[in-house]
Design a protein around this ligand. Structure first.
Ligand SMILES: [Zn+2]
Length: 138
């Protein structure tokens, strides 16, 4: 528990970045709720490192549509317990069709993401340490 809290604090103080992802450019890596109480949380470095590996394998730019979210974010308001985005362990990547969707899901699994959500317009890539793989549709 203490370790989880510490890594969340790290995700707040030092926004993760990699060769191809930087919160100064990929603005949606950080919470975008706009609340004055927003802590602008991003994702953990190990999560972004996995995404970087997906990006390298895909060999094309990837568009982040959501990363970290604080509990004021509109998609988090109805939650009873924090989910992947609040825990800084998931990133949504835009996809424009079936081929891109299959590509991101396939590469995400290959690089160890184990919580994968599939929608018409994006793929949720999450990593839940020690948990069995799960996949859902929106
Ligand atoms: Zn926020």
């Amino acid at each position: 528990m203490f370790k989880t809290i510490m890594t969340n604090v790290e995700a707040l103080k030092m926004p993760a970045k990699t060769a191809h992802f930087n919160p100064n450019i990929d603005k949606k890596l950080l919470c975008t709720c706009g609340s004055p109480n927003c802590d602008k949380r991003g994702v953990k470095q190990n999560i972004l490192n996995r995404l970087e590996e997906v990006r390298v394998l895909a060999d094309r730019p990837l568009t982040v549509t959501s990363g970290g979210r604080c509990n004021n974010h509109e998609d988090e308001l109805d939650r009873v317990t924090p989910a992947d985005h609040q825990k800084c362990i998931a990133i949504d990547i835009a996809v424009s069709g079936g081929k891109e969707r299959a590509e991101i899901v396939s590469l995400g699994l290959k690089r160890g993401f184990n919580a994968i959500g599939i929608s018409k317009t994006f793929v949720h890539l999450g990593y839940r340490q020690g948990e069995r793989p799960v996949m859902w549709v929106y």
